[in-house]
Design a protein around this ligand. Sequence first.
Ligand SMILES: [Zn+2]
Length: 227
Amino acid sequence: MLRRVEFGEADLVLSLFTETLGRVSALARGARKSRKRFAGSLEPFFTIRVRLDEPRSGELFVLREAVLVRPRTGLLGDLRKLEAAGRALAWTRQAAPVRTPEPEAWAILERLLDRLAAEPAERPAEVELAEAGLLLLDAFGWALELERCVRCGKPCPEDRAASADATRGGLVCRACGGGRIRIPANARLRLARAASGEAGVLTSDDAAIALALVERVLVAHAGIEAT
Ligand SMILES: [Zn+2]
C-alpha cells in the first residue's frame, strides 16, 4: 500500500500499487471503526493481497478483503529506513499512471521494501533507495543515459568526469553545454552498472548523486516535488 487517507466517519481511502492493475484507489468501508475488519493489514509499506470490486463509476474500487502478506515491521523503528521507504512510495504514487500494470516497477518496489526491512541491514538505506530509484526510472521508461552525450552521442571517456542534465535524460558533454550535476569518472561507471541492474555497487557518495538525478528526472516527467 502506498498511502491511506481518512474518509468520512469510519472509512479509509487507500492508494494501492498492485501487481496486476497498477496504481488504483480503493475505499475500505468501516476500516477505522474496526481494525478486525481488515485484520490490521492496512498500513503503508505492507504488502497485502486484496479482493477489489470494480468501481460502478469513477476510479474508486471497493476493498472486499485484505490479507497481510508482508508486514515489514523491521522498517518501523528506524527513521532513515522509514524516510527512504516513504520517498520510494511517494515516487511511485506520482510516477505510476492510474490503472496501468507496471509489474517491473512493482517488483523493484517490493524488493526495495524487503531490503529496507531486513535486519540487520546490509547497506545504508540511502544506497538501497538510490539503486532502486535508478531501476524505477528504467521501469517507467525514463532511464538515464550514462554512457554518452544525449545531444551529440559522443561516448564519455572512462577516465573523465562527466556532467548530467536530468531533464535532458542523462550526460551532456561540454561541447553541448554540459549539465548541472557533476559525476566523477569512477562514480559514473558505478552508476551505469547500478542502472543496468547490478546490486551493491554504489557508495554513499554515489547514492547522493543518483538520488539527485532520480528526483530531477521525476520532477521533469511526473511533476513530483523535489525533497
Ligand atoms: Zn555532446
